[in-house]
Design a protein around this ligand. Sequence first.
Ligand SMILES: NC(=O)c1ccc[n+]([C@@H]2O[C@H](COP(=O)([O-])OP(=O)(O)OC[C@H]3O[C@@H](n4cnc5c(N)ncnc54)[C@H](O)[C@@H]3O)[C@@H](O)[C@H]2O)c1
Length: 309
Amino acid sequence: MSMEASLPADIAPGAPVAVIGGGRMGAAIAQIFAGAGHIVHLVEPSEKVRAGLPASLATITERRGQPRDLVDRITIHSGINPALAPIAIAIEAVSENLALKQRIFAELDALCTDAILATNTSVIPVGDIARDVMRRDRVVGTHFWNPPYAVRLVEVVQAADTSDATVAITMAVMEAIGQQPVHVRKDVPGFIGNRLQHALKREAIALVENGICDAATVDFVVRNSFGARLGIMGPLEQSDMVGLDLTLAIHEVVLPDLDRTPGPQQLLKDLVASGRTGASVGEGFRRWSADETAELRNRLDKALLGKKD
Ligand SMILES: NC(=O)c1ccc[n+]([C@@H]2O[C@H](COP(=O)([O-])OP(=O)(O)OC[C@H]3O[C@@H](n4cnc5c(N)ncnc54)[C@H](O)[C@@H]3O)[C@@H](O)[C@H]2O)c1
């Protein structure tokens, strides 16, 4: 019998699914599956996080204008257990820790013999997470963005051992639950979106570190120049529009001067070492009051939820 024989042919709307990890991403992903009619098993070991889940699931449902009772399709568990055995697909959304993810995948591999096993890792290669899985043909990346019900893109990552059937079924499932899947054909760290995003962040930090401008100016320039266009026209479309000869002339001058620090920059390491880890503690690249943080979050949510394709 082929190793792929026990994959589901497709995943019907009512099929049971599991989401492992009930934090920021896991709760929202569970709500999306429930909203699309699936029975959802949501696994979250932290008692504190579990206690907050009914309220956060209700808030997301309300924000999306969906019927309140859809959260009744979600059962919350404190650990992976035999109730998960019949699931068609598992989405792992635990903390970004390779050893933890490897343990969870080995457990799911033993218990859920007919399921697709997907990881929501932001940057870790899917093949590394699948290291201890026997049937690696059914392991795939499903990189959702935050908040996933508003930023609907999902990068479906094909690792070296992931079968074409696993990719095809996963892409179909993502479409069926209302997301926008794209196929990432190689398992590189950061996939597509985070490679692009963090290439920009590296240069942004270098501009501040090298005294060219302050952090507020970096953000102001991005928001009010090319960032204003990005949701409408991607960087390669924009290159075609202005002409590749101009793009080439610009690259001849600017690429040799861009930051090429091979790891995290000193400024970022210093901020983290001094406890200035960002808005949640009141300071990162800039200072944040609680009101400013809430106002920016609300503005972002409103803009994203109102956005059409
Ligand atoms: N936050 C984002 O913007 C974002 C976006 C895309 C992808 N991701 C990725 O999604 C994953 C989750 O991120 P998050 O922001 O939701 O993190 P989070 O810290 O909010 O949630 C992680 C949850 O996993 C739980 N957990 C820990 N050990 C577990 C176990 N053994 N079994 C089940 N659950 C366990 C934790 O208690 C926590 O509630 C990470 O891999 C992250 O890189 C995050």
